[in-house]
Design a protein around this ligand. Sequence first.
Ligand code: ATP
Length: 319
Amino acid sequence: MKKIGVLTSGGDAPGMNAVIRAVTRAAIAKGMEVVGVRRGYNGLINGDIVPLDARSVSDIIQRGGTMLYTARCAEFRYEEGLQKAKKTCEEQGIEGLVVVGGDGSFRGAADLSARGILSIGVPGTIDNDISMTEYTIGYDTAMNTVVEMVDKLRDTAQSHDRCSVVEVMGRNAGYIALNAGIACGATYIITKEEPFTVNDVISKIIEGQKSGKHHFIVIVAEGIGGSEQLAKEIEQATGVESRATILGHVQRGGSPTVQDRVAASQLGYYAVDLLSKGIGNRVVGLQHNEVVDYDIQEALKMKKEFPHDLYKIANEISF
Ligand code: ATP
């Protein structure tokens, strides 16, 4: 393979820049040309493509966001859009593509691979909701941001004897909520993966009050939502003044942590290694700290186990 492209697609995640850097440098090291495709699959459809060299990816490993921009592209889901993308690749001489994103982006990569442009998916999403990998790029940075924010909310909750109900990102997955919740010492963690009732939350707070606890942190996963209403119900039932905070997009920004930079470098490199061997239609990921790769269709069918044991521990030590 002589020339490859790299693009970031779907929601942004800290560490995407580190993947772009790793892909670019790995491709150059293997004697390939490399280009950046801007704004996800839109760049393939519109020919928005920039050359990349070793220096154009200098000074980005530590930056959040993505220098190639990211977007969703409805047109790419249809044959016409796919054909336009294929034509751009042929005109530009792009034989392989590294796609950094989530499951939707991987479906697009599979569609392109089926049309002769070999594509490799690299999991980049803060939600950690990709089944074939234990870890997705951006997840650790997002959790650290949540912990930093909740620690601050705890200071004010403690000073006023309040309950702070904090809604965190993760789409339908509760990984950020669970891990950040444990790390923040939350009184209660609410995720879709674990059954709960509002009464369970209230009872836990009342138990805490009886043992001399004056302030409380409740973490709510995005997939559950309704944190404003929950705060009202807690206040009514317990008498503890309660405030809801929806952390929102702050969780998607910031300089990537060591773990995200290392994973991005490993997975970006491995994706290029596969392309250099003429292998496409794969997703790369991490299992037990080892790099693994799966056929895209197979990867999309996999199911991920929620760490129920960890949730149990969180619950048992949060009184
Ligand atoms: P995130 O986890 O951040 O949402 P994602 O990659 O899952 O990331 P999507 O919006 O689902 O985000 O997909 C990103 C892009 O991938 C879409 O805008 C579209 O261009 C492409 N895509 C999604 N699904 C398909 C599909 N079934 N076939 C072809 N392309 C697709």
